[in-house]
Design a protein around this ligand. Structure first.
Ligand SMILES: *Cc1c(COP(=O)(O)O)cnc(C)c1O
Length: 346
């Protein structure tokens, strides 16, 4: 299937000129900045931040082994999730297709923009069938959102099926890899050149432990990154976030050592809950959480809340009845969870 960006971009977005900020217009060395109506005092925070986050992208480029031109950084992944819909979907006319169960923001972002969202049920192993997914698309489908490892199920989607979607769908295919650092397989990032319609999303919110700073990344062709840059807020990533992101991205060893501990704890928890006295069905996970069937999930959820332990009740989500989604915490937190759950068994 040949993919041409000009065939799927919204005509108004293709035609528009982006806002040109003072910081955008002048780049280079200077000593007196009187171009942006900033206050001359309170350095460095009196100055508008780099609208294209160049230093940050250089660091991400090294870590991910991908050129800065292929990187967009935003206010969490939630920003590119929304921008992609606004760039490609004409409200009231176009639609997106995604999977269920999965991350709720794809549908919310679509509905906010008056864009229909069709959700295709995964199979009983929470896996993807490309044909079933593609059958749900029509000539107005501009974007497909996939999530792998998937939230809330924790599994990686079948790689061959994702390739099939990328190959046969003529629009944008987003692969949300928020949890990819916890998985034992390579990222789809290595396929950016092979698939011009691919956008990979990653984030500092999970493995990097920096959900508070709101830093999400989208990786795609230079052409697609150009479109996202054109419609984003000029200063979408604030200075404090850029600084802290650089700081945390400097210490990959710290990230790795915490990651290792999280993976050990995830497996310890999975084993523990599979065994008596629990004997729960615990789904295999490639993320930093486990999904498990606990029987009466509402009862368990409420009981844990009373004990001061909050987990995610997925009982009313497709294919997840009776299920809780449990994030891997510190060993101490996990032990508290186990004790409280024991006390709730009946
Ligand atoms: C947590 C999560 C994100 C992260 O979103 P941010 O806005 O970057 O914090 C993205 N996608 C999925 C599926 C998630 O679970």
């Amino acid at each position: 299937m040949t993919f041409k960006l000009k065939d799927i971009i919204r005509p108004s977005v293709a035609a528009m000129k982006p806002y040109s900020s003072a910081r955008n217009e002048f780049q280079g060395e200077a000593s007196v900045f009187l171009d942006a109506n900033e206050n001359p005092w309170n350095l460095p925070y009196n100055r508008y931040p780099d609208p294209l986050q160049r230093k940050l992208k250089e660091r991400i480029s090294v870590i991910k082994d991908i050129a800065p031109e292929h990187i967009f950084t935003g206010n969490g992944s939630d920003e590119p999730i929304d921008l992609i819909i606004r760039a490609f979907c004409e409200p009231g006319k176009d639609n997106i297709v995604t999977i269920t169960p999965s991350y709720g923001m794809y549908e919310v972002a679509a509905e906010t923009n008056n864009v229909k969202c069709t959700k295709v049920l995964l199979d009983s192993n929470f896996d993807l069938n490309a044909k079933v997914l593609l059958d749900a698309t029509d000539e107005h489908t501009k974007v497909i959102y996939l999530c792998s490892p998937n939230n809330p199920s924790g599994n990686l989607l079948n790689r061959e099926e994702i390739y099939r979607v990328l190959k046969y769908f003529p629009g944008i295919v987003v692969v949300d890899e928020a949890y990819i650092d916890f998985a034992s397989v390579p990222s789809f990032l290595t396929h950016l050149l092979a698939f011009p319609n691919l956008i990979v999303l990653q984030t500092l919110s999970k493995a990097w432990g920096a959900a508070a700073i709101r830093l999400g990344m989208a990786f795609a062709s230079e052409e697609i990154i150009g479109v996202l840059n054109k419609i984003k807020y000029p200063y979408n990533v604030n200075q404090l976030t850029q600084e802290y992101a650089l700081k945390i991205l400097a210490d990959t060893e710290m990230m790795q050592s915490r990651l290792t501990l999280i993976l050990e704890e995830r497996e310890r928890m999975a084993q523990l809950f599979r065994q008596p006295p629990f004997s729960f069905k615990v789904y295999p996970s490639d993320a930093n959480f486990i999904l498990m069937e606990v029987g009466d999930a509402d009862y368990m959820y409420k009981g844990l809340i009373r004990e001061g332990v909050v987990v995610r009740n997925r009982n009313s989500v497709a294919l997840c009845s009776g299920c809780l989604r449990i994030t891997t915490g510190t060993p101490e937190e996990n032990n508290i969870l186990v004790e409280k759950m024991k006390s709730l068994l009946r």
